[in-house]
Design a binder for this molecule. Structure first.
Ligand code: FES
Ligand SMILES: [Fe+2]
Length: 456
């Protein structure tokens, strides 16, 4: 393990010096939060919107992070572009929420006009300005790098950052195989959490918490085996159905209801004919379920990958984190997706999408941005409600004087360390070529990841 702290370009307060210990100030300190605002967020690719939020040419949406506002625009050829959201006259935001720029942008204050490409097209009473204030090019909207991938538009304020795909690997290639771009929003919720954004993320990146926080998802139940009891294929199938239903209802659709119904139909056919050997029964059930789900969605004209082929190639994975703040959690045909943004040192906006695959010719309405619910809103499904109930308690616990750092399991909670130390790389101002391997470590699956050497 390389010694943390070596070759740092800029000093980083509260850095992770021992990879398995995370100082608590990183989750509380206003100066640390400010440093992230200055040195992390302006240098990373951020998922700014799903493309179905801007389905038609000239649709625009505002994306905010910290005190920054960006307009993302769907171009005439259904590409994407983005601008900093400020009129070049006296700074008024041109778009609030959503808009169309079919006629370009007109600033509501004094009426400066811009075309959909951001070029200034009109300054009322232009003769009253000295020429140095109206120089060509200097009064166009400031462009922001913007790329589309995975059904989303992504922005980056840093012109020196590597291209989007390079920063999202290896998750991007694996998610391409899973046809992530064919997913569409079924629903979209948001939660205001009274915790630091990194604390919120870290509640969802390991399975160590599952037995205690989500007892209904205990793995022994899933496999239908009790100590000493002989393996019973029927009990195993019943246990898997219970697990799939818990993930479907408890997670509000993490396993899509259609896939649960496919599994129930398959169970009725296979229950009595599975092999008695546990490994053979498990392999047969998993293979047949993958095939049945694939068949079901192809029959309705949905663009779904061959799930059994992906499984055979080790690509049927359940967890992808794209640094810093976007997640995809695939389950069979569908996925949940999360995005986390800091609203302050101890406040986070977490959004949750349920993503499914539309059938042939199926139109989905343009998704509406959700009003955030509080973390203890009774409308949350049981599983996120369990995670949300821990988080404010954890943020409060961090404040106690006797608590100084989090101690991490080397083997099970390595992702927390890899994520935090990658943030340190940005705060230290390391060049992108040194940051890229760390991004790849964070964006690499699987769920229970060990502490990795990031090269600093
Ligand atoms: S601030 Fe936009 S026209 Fe004046
Ligand atoms: Fe959880």
């Amino acid at each position: 393990m390389a010694v943390a702290g070596r070759n740092r370009a800029l000093p980083v307060p509260h850095a992770v010096e021992r990879p398995d210990r995370v100082p608590k100030a990183r989750y509380l300190d206003a100066d640390f939060h400010r440093l992230e605002t200055e040195r992390l967020w302006p240098r990373v690719w951020q998922m700014a919107c799903r493309l179905e939020e801007i389905p038609r040419p000239h649709d625009c949406v505002e994306y905010t992070f910290g005190d920054q506002s960006v307009v993302v625009v769907r171009t005439a050829d259904l590409g994407v572009r983005a601008f900093q959201n400020a009129c070049r006259h006296r700074g008024v935001k041109l778009v609030q929420g959503r808009a169309t720029c079919e006629q370009g942008f007109v600033c509501p204050f004094h009426g400066w006009c811009y075309d959909a490409g951001g070029r200034n097209t009109h300054v009322p009473r232009a003769g009253t300005f000295d020429p140095h204030n109206l120089e060509t090019g200097d009064i166009d909207l400031v462009p922001v790098r913007c790329e589309a991938w995975g059904g989303c538009a992504w922005i980056n304020l840093d012109d020196g950052a590597p291209p989007l795909r390079d920063c999202l690997e290896p998750a991007a290639s694996a998610l391409d195989e899973w046809k992530v771009e064919s997913l569409r929003t079924e629903w979209w919720y948001a939660c205001r959490l009274p915790v630091n954004w990194k604390l919120a993320i870290e509640a969802f990146v390991e399975a160590y918490h599952v037995p205690e926080t989500h007892p209904q998802l205990r793995i022994p139940t899933r496999y239908g085996r009790r100590d000493g009891a002989p393996f019973d294929p029927r009990a195993f199938v019943d246990a898997d159905l219970r697990y799939l239903r818990a993930m479907s209802e408890g997670m509000g659709g993490m396993v899509h209801a259609q896939d649960v119904r496919v599994a129930e139909g398959l169970a009725a056919d296979l229950r009595d004919s599975l092999p008695a050997d546990p490994d053979a029964a498990t392999a047969t059930w998993n293979r047949e379920l993958n095939r049945a789900v694939t068949r079901h969605h192809r029959a309705r004209g949905a663009d779904v990958p061959d799930l059994e082929d992906l499984a055979a190639r080790g690509l049927a994975l359940e967890f992808f984190h794209c640094f810093p703040h976007w997640f995809v959690l695939p389950m069979y045909s569908s996925a949940s997706s999360y995005r986390f943004r800091p609203l302050g040192p101890e406040e986070t906006l977490m959004e949750i999408w349920s993503l499914t695959r539309p059938g042939a010719g199926e139109e989905r309405p343009r998704p509406e941005p959700p009003e955030p619910w509080e973390h203890d809103d009774p409308r949350w499904p049981p599983i996120p409600a369990q995670d949300f109930s821990n988080l404010p308690r954890q943020q409060q616990g961090l404040h106690t004087h006797g608590f100084r750092f989090m101690r991490l399991s080397r083997d099970l909670e390595g992702h927390v360390s890899n994520f935090e130390r990658t943030i340190d790389g940005f705060l230290a101002g390391l060049p992108h070529e040194r940051l890229l391997p760390a991004l790849h470590a964070v964006n690499g699956y699987p769920f229970d990841k060990p502490v990795l050497d990031l090269g600093w």
